[in-house]
Ligand binder design. Structure first.
Ligand code: G3P
Ligand code: CA
Length: 227
């Protein structure tokens, strides 16, 4: 089963920062998960929300801020908001990376960035995974023809979601943990998709989802969830 550090190790370090990714890696996760938006100057930055308000000492929409303005912010304990390139430079090839497309249209610059990193390396499943709640982002990414492994995140309209994931040739679906049951697991299996569930932060949920036979869990605390 894949252990995936959610926003790095969000319970142990400021989320979506280099410190958080290093912490997750030190705790031997198989993959780190991170969220991306595009800033006003076109770079891809690693942040969960549409604004910098909750996670930094600044305010405003990511899409209105330049990279230099964003890099001046404190994302917690003196950490900066990373760029996707910065994360890829350090972690790609050392730990699996799950990039979640948050911002509208982020598939395009992400596809461009990945082209560079994949030039000499065909990713094995588990090395790289691009996911989203947004069908359009994944559809448009798949249209780029780069053969990037994809995961569709499910939190409602489960039937339609599974159909969509099959249609785009996704590797995995990522149901919210309370959606999981035997029937869903059987349906996903019959489609040949992997199941990665979020966000599992305690032993009770860990037991429930492992009993159902999921292929991976996202957790804020890789230390708490020890195998
Ligand atoms: O990809 C799983 C999970 O990260 C989705 O929820 O809000 O934490 O990005 P969120
Ligand atoms: Ca996420």
């Amino acid at each position: 089963m894949l252990l995936i550090g959610h926003r790095g190790a969000a319970a142990l370090a400021p989320e979506n920062t280099m410190m958080s990714f290093r912490k997750a890696m030190a705790l031997k996760v198989d993959m780190i998960e991170l969220d991306v938006h595009v800033c006003s100057t076109g770079e891809i930055v690693v942040i969960h929300d549409e604004t910098v308000d909750r996670t930094t000492n600044g305010s405003g929409a990511v899409s209105d801020l330049s990279l230099s303005e964003i890099r001046e912010l404190d994302a917690g304990l003196g950490e900066k908001i990373p760029t996707l390139d910065g994360v890829m430079d350090i972690f790609f090839g050392k730990v699996g990376i799950n990039i979640e497309l948050k911002g509208k249209g982020s598939y395009r610059p992400v596809g461009k960035t990945l082209e560079k990193y994949l030039a000499n390396k065909e990713p094995k499943h588990g090395d790289l995974l691009v996911s989203s709640f947004k069908p359009d982002e994944l559809l448009d990414l798949s249209d780029l023809g780069q053969d990037i492994p994809m995961g569709y995140i499910l939190e409602d309209h489960v039937e339609m979601g599974l159909e969509f994931a099959s249609e785009i040739g996704a590797w995995s679906v990522h149901p919210r943990k309370d959606l999981l049951d035997v029937q869903l697991m059987n349906e996903v299996r019959s489609r040949g998709l992997k199941v990665l569930t979020w966000t599992v932060n305690d032993q009770n949920w860990l037991k429930k989802v492992t009993t159902l036979g999921v292929d991976g869990i996202f957790t804020d605390d890789p230390e708490l969830v020890s195998f």
